[in-house]
Design a protein. Structure first.
Length: 280
């Protein structure tokens, strides 16, 4: 009997303690105001600072000013729902701490590329999920433009954008990707003058080698603006299309016909000469 009585006494004490703490907390919430907002990001990426600033700006537009509000009047669930309406966040959690701060914990949706198409601009993550493009949550990721469809989605470009981002030379060289269709993926260099038709997502290392060999052997003599398109989509070849030039010699302006110039670059298996096989 003594053990049973002891258990009941302990349980009664716990209930009394919880009730006392609840009453005390409620009284504190009625007397005290929110001192400020802490925003934390559950990730270790470069988007943290931008996301924190973006969350703070969005909370400034919350229907009621949070800082200075009575703690008892703050509805953390409503604030969670307010922030969760943005596709930029995977998860939002809010709570009030004993130091009278509103803590906002964010699990962001991490974009992989930014897409520009006929519908506007948006991000997509590694799973192809669409993320709203908002100035408050800007992320510096590879840019892709194109006309996409159910059979050709922006995520189909991931192999190319990932390849470019993983390569130190191409990463510095390429500004954006233009997806005309799945067989004509265009790389746009930061240096204006021409674009590179990379073809599809196959043989990417071979295409890189061919492109950089062309840059090393031809561009120093022809210049960046001699061609409007350099195509490496065909196996073992670089096809460079000369730019259409305007010529005015005291007569109406006319355009030259497009002159196709092909330069066949041997593969490593066909030619092991160091000058041909080297990569910048």
């Amino acid at each position: 009997m003594s053990k049973t009585l002891l258990k009941w006494l302990l349980l009664t004490f716990l209930f009394a303690y919880v009730a006392t703490v609840t009453i005390w907390a409620h009284g504190e919430a009625e007397r005290h105001e929110c001192r400020g907002i802490n925003v934390t990001i559950e990730s270790a990426t470069s988007v943290d600072t931008v996301t924190i600033q973006g969350v703070r700006k969005e909370l400034m537009n919350y229907p009621r000013k949070i800082e200075g509000m009575k703690l008892s009047a703050i509805n953390t669930l409503d604030i969670e729902n307010y922030l969760s309406r943005f596709s930029n966040f995977e998860k939002v959690e809010c709570n009030l701490s004993t130091d009278r701060m509103l803590n906002v914990n964010i699990v962001p949706m991490i974009p992989e590329i930014r897409v520009f198409d006929s519908t506007g601009s948006f991000y997509i993550n590694k799973d192809g999920k669409r993320i709203e493009s908002k100035a408050n949550f800007f992320v510096d990721v590879p840019v892709v433009s194109g006309n996409f469809s159910a059979s050709f989605s922006p995520s189909d470009i991931f192999p190319v954008t990932r390849f470019v981002q993983s390569d130190e030379v191409l990463k510095d060289l390429i500004a954006m990707v233009e997806a005309r269709d799945k067989d004509n993926i265009i790389l746009v260099p930061r240096i204006q003058g021409h674009v590179v038709n990379f073809g599809d997502t196959s043989r990417m290392r071979e295409k890189r080698r061919a492109l950089l060999t062309f840059y090393r052997k031809v561009i120093p003599y022809k210049g960046w603006e001699e061609y409007d398109t350099i195509s490496v989509k065909f196996k073992g070849q670089v096809v460079a299309t000369r730019r259409i030039k305007d010529k005015t010699l005291h007569s109406p302006v006319f355009e030259d016909d497009i002159d196709m110039e092909e330069a066949t670059l041997p593969t490593e298996s066909a030619n092991n000469h160091p000058a041909n096989a080297a990569t910048p």
